[in-house]
Design a protein around this ligand. Sequence first.
Ligand code: ZN
Length: 303
Amino acid sequence: MSPATIILEEQGLRDGLQTIAVSIPAAQKLSWINQLIGAGLRRIQVTSFVHPRLVPQMADAEELVNALPKRDDVVFSALVLNIKGVERAIASGIRHLAISLSASNTHSLKNANISLEAARAAFKEMVALALQHQVTIRGGIQCAFGCRYEGAISEALVYDLVQHHLDCGVQELALADSTGMGNPLQVKRMVAQVLAKAGATPLALHLHNTENKGYANLCAAAEVGVRQFDTAFGGLGGCPFIKGATGNIATEDTSHMLMQMGYSTGVNISKVAAVSREMEVLLGKPLPGLLYKLADREDIRMT
Ligand code: ZN
């Protein structure tokens, strides 16, 4: 029997770079994108269409999308936060967008300057516009497992937002543990509910390792049937609008563990690790991921 496949969506270029102060040229980003494709990744979030003043690192979004390799077998996605972002994304020619809202009203006000109620309406409008242009949508819910400002988030609210996203016509769903506050039992319970509601609509999980539970949460979600996760090379990442936020679960570490558990990800860990090492050199400090430091060492047995 062939092993179950788990799809990893590489987020290092977006979630990873958005908080990095060093300005990274589009040519460097493209080189990493090509290396990541070469490493077997088939879903890559490449940028976000946000105001360049808010996130200067993403000011080259159009230039980058325009220069992407023409690959039918790779899904390139971009994050958008408002209708202006959707308009720019459509004009750029990108075919897949991540659109999300936060289950925490306080986080929504701080991150997007909009109340949750207003965000629901804006989400609907953004999705409708994208769908009119045959752009596919992953509808996300940030802070689904807890908020640094509000604490626990009502599970009923999360399920209600899932239904809202489905009603808007999204092709995929995503739950984000933006703060890393989720725990494995909670993840398992909530994900099972969402999978039942989602039916044939795929569900992805976006996990941060802020409280060191990212990998445990991944296992819990995989156990109840989630087959798609966001990861970032070297464990980069973090929301600039969440207190103490740290990186995503690392692509290398996640892929290695999943393969040991019998899943197939199609990811070559050494090749991803090479990208992480380049980033480490560029930043002049170690990244949060652990496996990239070992992946190339012939004196260590990895499996
Ligand atoms: Zn994130």
